[in-house]
Design a protein around this ligand. Structure first.
Ligand SMILES: [Zn+2]
Length: 132
C-alpha cells in the first residue's frame, strides 16, 4: 500500500509543483465528486481524452478504482497545501526556485531532474503524515 501511495503522491505533487490545476481538479472531481469526464472536459475546455488520461494514470498506479478514490481522498488536502514552483511567463514557464525559464511541456521534467530532493522530501513527509 505504501508503494501505491508513494507513486500516486509523486504524480500529484509533480502536477501541483508545475501548477497544473486542471489535472488535479480533473482527478479530484472524477474520483471524489463523481463527475463524468465529459462534464469535467467541458468545464475546463480540455478534451475528454485528456481528462481520461489524468484519471487513468492514477487508477493504474492504484491498481483499481476503489483504492484510487481512497488514496486521492486522503492525499488531496496535503497536495493542495503545497506551493506551486512553476509560473506561466508568456509562452514559457519560470521556475521560482532556480529562476530558470523552461518550455511549457518541459516543466515536469525540470522538476523531476533539478528538484529531485524537494520532490522526494514532499513525498516522504506526505506518506509519513498519512501513517499517523
Ligand atoms: Zn528550477
Amino acid at each position: 500500500m505504501e508503494e501505491v501511495i508513494t507513486s500516486i503522491a509523486r504524480y500529484l505533487i509533480i502536477k501541483r509543483l508545475s501548477n497544473d490545476v486542471v489535472a488535479l481538479l480533473a482527478v479530484k472531481e472524477y474520483l471524489i465528486d463523481g463527475e463524468p469526464p465529459s462534464v469535467i472536459a467541458f468545464k475546463y475546455k480540455i478534451s475528454k481524452f485528456k481528462v481520461r488520461g489524468y484519471i487513468q494514470r492514477v487508477i493504474d498506479k492504484a491498481g483499481n478504482y476503489r483504492v484510487a478514490v481512497k488514496v486521492v481522498e486522503s492525499l488531496y488536502p496535503y497536495i493542495m497545501s503545497i506551493e506551486p514552483i512553476m509560473l506561466r511567463s508568456g509562452s514559457r514557464m519560470i521556475c521560482t526556485i532556480c529562476n530558470t525559464y523552461v518550455r511549457i511541456n518541459e516543466d515536469e521534467q525540470h522538476i523531476r531532474k533539478k528538484h529531485k530532493d524537494l520532490l522526494n522530501e514532499l513525498i516522504r513527509s506526505m506518506v509519513a503524515r498519512l501513517k499517523h
